[in-house]
Write a protein that binds this ligand. Structure first.
Ligand code: FAD
Ligand code: SF4
Ligand code: SF4
Ligand code: SF4
Length: 376
């Protein structure tokens, strides 16, 4: 039976929970807001299925992509609403056109991030846009399997560990399944996210009208975080560099422990396609600061979907893409300020962590050295 002795070894995919034939695994939130499986030993029959489906205990082999593309959705409105070039929506629309079902991450009515599915094009809008919070997979592996067994086409999108969990849960290949993972820096804590939202809205989450982690009004590269209220006021509208939640995310202070030792990056998830931001594009025709996607093709199914989805695409090399996007392969390092961060957070909430962020600021000498290196 599954036993978590080291939290670095559980990505929270929930494949074990959804697989257990006795339904004796619950998913419990810890003091950092991440969920972990807990077995009711009195009911467990020691069948071993939970260990068999775990993508961390059974990590895949690293793969280099077959082809690499820069991609842009020709629909400017969709591209504006998407995190990079809008490739997700192009792929998803093609699946819906064939009568398929698309799974992705969206906000629920409490502004938590959850996985869900849609069978309509209007239903794709809530999936657009990266939500920098760990999403809850819920029952969606079971739902995807049921659609596949009915012969429906299914596109399932998520982080590499969510795709790895789905593949292990399904346990066999389906021709009509398209799996798409995002290059993943790591996932922030849902508890820190809840605390942040409660703070900025004075505990009035029902007044939030929309949340955009990657608003492009200030340009794709200098994107803003925008949280708007129902009465027209903005709770937050600031560069990601200034935004407190994004600072703790990008400084790796509130990520799931497994993200420092990711078992699913580098193509190990066995997805058909990996999508990401195409940072460092050198061809000016492909970089207008409105967002360009990167697509790594891992299978013939992935290639067919790329060819059929109607994006403008340009072939590039893996070396070029990786040079500007190390998260494709590399996990984040364990930040030495993680313990002080959680200690401040548990006493005073997210607002109380500013002294920790101040301590992390590089010295003047270090800043000058970094600037000099960048200029070189
Ligand atoms: C937590 C996280 C970390 C990321 N880190 C990087 C990175 O380091 N480098 C990089 O190049 N790109 C990263 N991305 C991917 C990037 O932000 C875009 O998703 C990608 O460029 C696809 O672009 P698009 O224009 O098609 O996006 P969109 O249309 O915005 O794509 C949305 C897709 O992302 C999925 N998604 C959104 N939020 C979540 C979530 N919380 N969990 C699982 N799936 C989610 C949706 O289901 C949908 O499939 C990250 C995404 C997430 C969610
Ligand atoms: S060993 Fe079998 S019964 Fe026990 S928790 Fe795992 S899946 Fe459930
Ligand atoms: S990684 Fe997934 S399958 Fe493995 S123990 Fe954690 S939740 Fe269960
Ligand atoms: S970094 Fe790895 S373990 Fe963390 S959420 Fe992303 S895919 Fe999962």
């Amino acid at each position: 039976m599954i036993t978590i002795t080291d939290k670095h070894n559980c990505c929270g995919c929930s494949a074990c929970v959804q697989t257990c034939p006795k339904q004796c695994i619950s998913f419990e939130e810890d003091e950092q807001g991440f969920r972990y499986p807990l077995v009711d030993k009195g009911v467990c029959v020691d069948c071993g299925l939970c260990e068999k489906v775990c993508p961390v205990l059974n990590a895949g082999e690293p793969r280099q992509p077959l082809e690499v593309y820069a991609a842009i959705n020709p629909n400017e409105e969709i591209r504006r609403e998407s995190s990079s070039g809008g490739i997700f929506t192009a792929l998803a629309k093609a699946v819906l056109d064939e009568g398929g079902v698309v799974f992705g991450a969206r906000f629920n009515d409490q502004w938590e991030v959850v996985h869900a599915y849609t069978e309509s094009k209007e239903g794709l809008a809530p999936f657009r846009g990266s939500k920098y919070v760990q999403s809850r997979v819920g029952e969606t592996y079971r739902q995807a399997k049921a659609f596949l067994q009915q012969g429906r086409k299914v596109m399932y999108t998520g982080t590499p560990c969510q795709i790895a969990g789905l593949k292990r849960y399904l346990g066999k290949e389906y021709d009509q399944l398209l799996t798409v993972d995002v290059v993943c820096h790591g996932v922030p804590s849902p508890l820190v996210w809840r605390d942040y939202l409660r703070d900025i809205t004075a505990n009035n989450l029902s007044q939030i009208a929309s949340i955009n982690f990657r608003d492009k009004s200030t340009g794709w590269k200098n994107y803003s975080v925008k949280i708007s209220g129902k009465e027209g006021k903005d709770y937050v509208n600031e560069s990601f560099r200034q935004n407190l939640f994004m600072q703790v995310f990008l400084k790796d202070l509130c990520l799931r422990p497994s993200c420092t030792n990711c078992a699913a990056k580098s193509g190990k998830s066995c997805s058909d396609l990996t999508i990401a931001d195409y940072w460092g594009m050198e061809d000016p025709n492909w970089d207008d600061n409105k967002g360009t996607s990167l697509a790594l093709v891992h299978s013939s199914q992935g290639q067919q979907s790329m060819d059929a989805c109607g994006v403008s695409k340009k072939q590039t090399s893996y070396e070029e893409a990786y040079r500007h996007n190390p998260s494709i392969e590399r996990s984040v390092a364990e930040n030495k300020y993680i313990a002080p961060f959680w200690s401040s957070f548990s006493s005073n909430g997210l607002k109380g962590v500013q002294p920790v962020l101040d301590k992390m600021k590089p010295s003047l000498v270090k800043r000058i050295y970094r600037k000099f290196r960048r200029l070189l």
